[in-house]
Design a protein around this ligand. Structure first.
Ligand code: GZL
Length: 309
C-alpha cells in the first residue's frame, strides 16, 4: 500500500482577521455616503478589520493615510484616489513594503501598472456617453432645435470629471445644434453646484436650454439656483445628471430633473472579496467593472422603491 503521508495534526490556527487600510475621498456627496456605508458594512460582514480614513477631498491627506497604513503593516491597502495623478511615490513605498493596493471607484495614471493589483469601479467615459445619447434622443424628439448646454464638472483632475466630460463631448459631437456654452467645476458638491449655476444664469440667463451635471448633488444645488432665478428646472432648463442617488429620484418625481445615469457606489462586497483573494495569494482581475443603468424621469416613481442607495 502506498505509504500514507501523515501530517501531525496541529491545532487549527484561528485565522487572524484581515486588516485593510482604506483611504476615502471625503464625504462630498450622497454617492460618497452610500459608498462609505457599503465598504464599512461589507468589512463587518466579512469580519475584516477596517482602518478607515476620510481625506476631506485632499490628496495629501490620502498620501498621509497610505503612509500610516504602511507603517501599521496592514495586510491590504485600498483607496479611491481623489485625482488621477501624483501617486507614483507613495504607491512605490507600498510595493516596497510588499503591501498590495486595490483601487476602488476612481482610477490613477501611473507609469507602472504593477503599483496596484486591481481597479474596481465604473466606466465613467461610458456614463458620459449615456448622458450624451439621452440628450441626442431628447433633441430628436423636440424638433431638433438648437440646444445651448452648460456643464457642471466634477472635481478638477478626477477620473470621473475628465471621463464624463470626454464621453459626453464625444457623443454630442454627432449633433452640431448641441453647443456647450460654459463648463466649470462644481467639485461634486451641492453648494458649489448652486454657486456655479448662479454664475451661469447671470452670464447666459434665458440662453440656457440644458444643464449637464457630472453628479446629482451638483444638479440638486443647480435646481435651487434655477428656481431662485424664477425658472422651472426640468422644463425651462432640461437637466441631465449622473449617480442615481435618492435625491435625484425625488427631484425627478417632482419634475425638476429629467434623467440620471446610474453610477453604482455599492462596491463594498466586491472590494472585500478581492482583498481576501489578494491576501490569500490568489490571482484577481486587474479591472472589475460594475452593472449600472439609465433612469429617465418617466420611470422614477416605479424604480424608486427598488433603490438600494
Ligand atoms: C464616481 C465618484 C463620484 C460621484 C460623485 O464613481 O467618484 O464622486 O459621481 C462623488 O458623486 O463625489
Amino acid at each position: 500500500a502506498a505509504a500514507m503521508a501523515c501530517v501531525a495534526a496541529t491545532p487549527a490556527q484561528a485565522a487572524k482577521p484581515l486588516t485593510i487600510g482604506f483611504s476615502q475621498v471625503g464625504a462630498e456627496s450622497e454617492w460618497r455616503t452610500a459608498n462609505t456605508a457599503s465598504i464599512k458594512a461589507a468589512a463587518r460582514q466579512a469580519n475584516i478589520n477596517l482602518k478607515f480614513a476620510d481625506a476631506q477631498q485632499q490628496q495629501q491627506n490620502q498620501v498621509k493615510a497610505i503612509r500610516s497604513f504602511i507603517a501599521q503593516r496592514v495586510d491590504v491597502i485600498a483607496f479611491s484616489p481623489v485625482v488621477e495623478t501624483g501617486w507614483e511615490t507613495v504607491l512605490r513605498e507600498a510595493k516596497n513594503a510588499k503591501i498590495p493596493v486595490i483601487l476602488t471607484d476612481r482610477a490613477v495614471k501611473v507609469s507602472d501598472p504593477s503599483l496596484y493589483v486591481s481597479f474596481i469601479g465604473s466606466d465613467f467615459v461610458e456614463e458620459g456617453r449615456r448622458a450624451g445619447r439621452w440628450l441626442l434622443d431628447y433633441a430628436k424628439k423636440n424638433g431638433d432645435k438648437p440646444l445651448n448646454i452648460v456643464e457642471l464638472q466634477g472635481t478638477v483632475g478626477s477620473a470621473p470629471a475628465t471621463d464624463r466630460k470626454n464621453g459626453f463631448a464625444e457623443v454630442i459631437a454627432g449633433n452640431p445644434k448641441l453647443k456647450v456654452l460654459r463648463s466649470q467645476t462644481g467639485d461634486f458638491t451641492r453648494a458649489k453646484g448652486k454657486e456655479v449655476m448662479e454664475a451661469f444664469l447671470k452670464s447666459e440667463g434665458k440662453n440656457i436650454n440644458v444643464l449637464y451635471a457630472h453628479n446629482d448633488d451638483m444638479a440638486i444645488g443647480a435646481i435651487q439656483a434655477i428656481e431662485e432665478a424664477g425658472l422651472k428646472p426640468g422644463k425651462d432648463i432640461v437637466i441631465v445628471s449622473i449617480d442615481g442617488v435618492r435625491g435625484a429620484f425625488e427631484a425627478m418625481m417632482k419634475g425638476k430633473l429629467n434623467v440620471t445615469i446610474e453610477c453604482n457606489p455599492l462596491l463594498g462586497p466586491t472590494l472585500m472579496q478581492t482583498a481576501q483573494a489578494v491576501a490569500a495569494g490568489q490571482p484577481v482581475a486587474k479591472r472589475i467593472t460594475v452593472q449600472e443603468g439609465v433612469f429617465p424621469a418617466e420611470v422614477a416613481a416605479k424604480e424608486f422603491p427598488n433603490r438600494k442607495y
